[in-house]
Design a protein around this ligand. Structure first.
Ligand code: XMP
Length: 508
């Protein structure tokens, strides 16, 4: 049985970060809504109560029944979690004189407390709170203070119950990971046994049990999530897995050919479907971005569905869904939001069961698993690429010729990033064809009247926010020259210096 820590979500933005930090400590954890603690699950070795946008005094504040776990397993409250425990057990929580936000130093640390083992005196932590604990319940004592916050951390005298007012999960708490390690390893007795090797071994075993002799189909996109899912399934059930890779004609230059070769090299049973003619026909004359997306989505399902139906005895549809796609998190209205990417839309009568082998993994863990499976690095570390492909990077309607022009420019940009050692420093990069704009230029003695291309490269950690990448001028100069000299139809290159927000990563 895989031991785990439960993180109860009270709606804070940083709850996912706690999970990420624990995973970095090779510890398996699950985020659950505050009222869904799995009573009776023996694999739970500790529980963390996370932050919340509410004050404990708000009538709508989220409340949890502490008796479900307190006294049975170790408990750590963070920010609201710490206030909630204190408030519920008879301590006092009051509005702070001023909202405390930012860096603070732990002037006092109780060196006897296992939570602070190895801490430096004056260790920097990150505070973000409006309320503060002004009295602890009976049987509790302070284990750390800052200049402004007397009860910056506390623990119970007789039970493994701890609270911290600061946020150990954010990187500005310089020894935050050490605190979480002390909690998970020393206090909860965790074994730090969540590793890519362990994950591969147990998942392969589970997949064999789950699937038996059935057949499985999986839609490949060339992206890391679907590729790692396929290789994992291939290891578990071999050629009972059929992968389908649809070429809509708007992939990068030679992408379909190259990725098919990679997949075949990995021993995958993969059917490549060139459906580009259908997509180009259906997109003819369509300019509006959302319409393009809808047509591509619909056509994709039609093509995938037609292929999948040929595998008449398929029982399972595998998907590359990862953990952030599935985390149910609470927003401040108290409603549960569930965002779930689905390749699907496959007709219900096909009656396929879903198989999502990466459903517990964060993106960086997917990459670690891919490496563990021996996949080539260029497949694992490739940039994200939108499902509709270059269609959302050609402003205006789409033709084969425009796609060809953009593929050439994009290829020069991406190869350049690789040659200059910049590819892995950016989250995502690509070229955009401004096909409805024309400008005058001069080449040799000839006047040109052609389209500009915009280059876009961003840094990001999750695509929710992004900054434009500050690429070296020399690099941009070389790429710009090469594109204008080599790509017929382009006579001007711009570099996009907008961040997200307010811009988005893609132009459409
Ligand atoms: P935006 O443009 O919203 O992009 O800042 C955020 C991330 O999502 C990708 N993206 C898409 N991916 N289908 C996809 O599969 C889409 O329609 C789509 N639109 C944007 C984008 O490439 C970036 O990584």
């Amino acid at each position: 049985m895989q031991e785990k820590i439960i993180i109860l979500d009270f709606g804070s933005q940083t709850t996912q970060l706690i999970a990420r930090r624990l995973r970095e400590l090779d510890t398996f954890c699950e985020i659950l809504p505050y009222n869904k603690f799995p009573v009776g699950d023996d694999s739970v070795i500790g529980v963390i109560l996370a932050g919340s946008p509410y004050s404990v005094y708000d009538p709508e504040a989220f409340k949890v029944d502490l008796s479900q776990f307190m006294g049975r397993i170790p408990v750590l409250g963070i920010c609201y979690g710490a206030q909630f425990i204190s408030h519920t057990l008879g301590g006092r929580v009051e509005p702070a004189n001023s909202r405390e936000y930012g860096r603070a130093n732990l002037g006092f640390i109780d060196s006897e407390s296992p939570l602070f083992k190895g801490f430096d005196s004056g260790s920097q932590v990150w505070m973000s709170h409006g309320d503060t604990i002004t009295a602890l319940p009976q049987g509790y004592h302070a284990i750390a203070s800052t200049d402004n916050v007397h009860y910056a951390a506390y623990q119970a005298d007789e039970m493994p119950v701890y609270g911290v007012q600061f946020h150990p999960e954010v990187s500005h708490s310089l020894q935050g990971t050490l605190l979480l390690r002390n909690f998970v390893v020393d206090i909860c007795g965790g074994h730090q046994d969540w590793s890519p090797a362990n994950f591969v071994e147990t998942t392969v075993e589970e997949l064999r049990k789950q699937i038996g002799k059935d057949r499985v189909i999986l839609g490949l996109s060339g992206g890391v999530d679907s590729s790692v899912s396929a290789v994992l399934l291939n290891r578990a059930i071999g050629h009972q897995l059929t992968c389908i890779f649809v070429d809509h004609g708007m992939l990068r230059k030679d992408e379909f050919k190259n990725v098919m070769r990679d997949y075949e090299g990995l021993g995958l049973n993969v059917i490549g479907v060139d459906a580009s003619e259908k997509f180009f026909q259906d997109l003819a004359g369509v300019k509006e971005p959302e319409k393009k997306r809808k047509i591509i989505g619909r056509d994709f399902i039609e093509v995938f569905d037609a292929e999948a139906r040929k595998i008449t005895d398929a029982r399972w549809l595998a998907q590359g869904t990862i953990y952030p796609d599935r985390i149910e998190s609470l927003n401040i209205t108290g409603k549960v939001i569930k965002s779930h990417h689905n390749v699907g839309g496959l007709p219900e009568e096909m009656n396929l069961q879903l198989c999502e082998p990466l459903r517990w993994l964060f993106k960086d863990e997917v990459r670690r698993v891919g490496r563990q499976l021996g996949m080539p690095e260029h497949l694992i570390s490739r940039h994200p690429f939108p499902g509709p492909g270059l269609a959302v990077r050609i402003l205006g309607d789409i033709t084969r010729e425009k796609v060809r022009v953009l593929q050439e420019a994009d290829d020069i940009f991406i190869q350049g990033l690789r040659q200059w050692g910049l590819y892995d420093q950016v989250w995502q990069a690509g070229a955009i064809l401004l096909s409805e704009v024309r400008s005058v230029g001069v080449m040799g003695d000839e006047r040109t009247y052609e389209n500009p291309v915009a280059l876009r490269a961003v840094t990001s950690s999750d695509a929710m926010t992004a900054d434009w990448a500050h690429l070296p001028y020399d690099f941009l100069a070389q790429v710009s020259n090469e594109i204008i000299n080599k790509v017929r139809g382009v006579n001007r290159v711009c570099y996009d210096i907008s961040s997200k927000p307010p811009a988005t990563i893609e132009w459409e």
